[in-house]
Design a protein around this ligand. Sequence first.
Ligand SMILES: Cc1cc2nc3c(=O)[nH]c(=O)nc-3n(C[C@H](O)[C@H](O)[C@H](O)COP(=O)(O)O)c2cc1C
Length: 246
Amino acid sequence: METNSIIELINSHRSIRKFSDEQLTSIQVETIVEAGRWAPTSHHVQAYSIIVVKDKEKKEKLAKLAGNQTYVETCPVFFVICADYYRLKQASDKHQQTFEVGEQEQVIVGAVDAALVAQNMLLAARSFGLGGVMIGGIRNDSEAVSTLLELPEFTFPVMGLCLGYPAQNPDQKPRLPHEAVVHYEQYDQTKIDEAITEYDLLMKQYYHERTQGKRSETWSEQMAAFLSTPKRPQVGSFIKKQGFLK
Ligand SMILES: Cc1cc2nc3c(=O)[nH]c(=O)nc-3n(C[C@H](O)[C@H](O)[C@H](O)COP(=O)(O)O)c2cc1C
């Protein structure tokens, strides 16, 4: 495999959830946001918005709404990245066109655009020695988050992003083996079971070491439990309320 400084930055990813008190400069924040703005975007719709949150009280509220994830409050800057068709509605109105956002497709486009923006931002931040973690927990109560941030119709929060200077140095979390996730020319189902078994052992060891023996579940156990109940069923109805999927 080849390497260079960008590959090294990408491949050394770890989520950071503990931050020092050191603040980001406003130039850093603007540089990170600018890197987000340069993400590729489906059909050039640019169907996202970034809300920059530094206000302590607001972060505190968002931390609670995200399921008491304290790092949302303790990070110096929290970003909420939204899917956003509000501007696109204005563009449609400007030209007296009908505005069709009734399909799943527009929801996917907005969520993908937001995710690409968020990952660009995280990488840009890491290039300054910052660290962070994305926060899907803000979809625990999409409606309350949207009210707090005054999100208009045709928008919905997709993810949060905590950024700051790392005050922890966690090991990298192992990824699924190459054979489980990469296929050449066509999907190959034959190696998946074996790859999961191999990965289960690796993750069991990883959790055991990371938690001094308190946790030792396998990845497949963890996923089976995670997927055994519905997840955030209110997201769908909120997205509809915002004008999509109608
Ligand atoms: C869209 C998205 C949402 C996430 N939401 C949360 C979250 O709410 N809370 C959290 O602690 N981590 C969250 N994470 C971080 C993942 O748990 C983490 O990326 C994963 O466990 C792999 O660990 P790593 O990033 O350290 O490699 C999220 C990651 C993504 C991509």
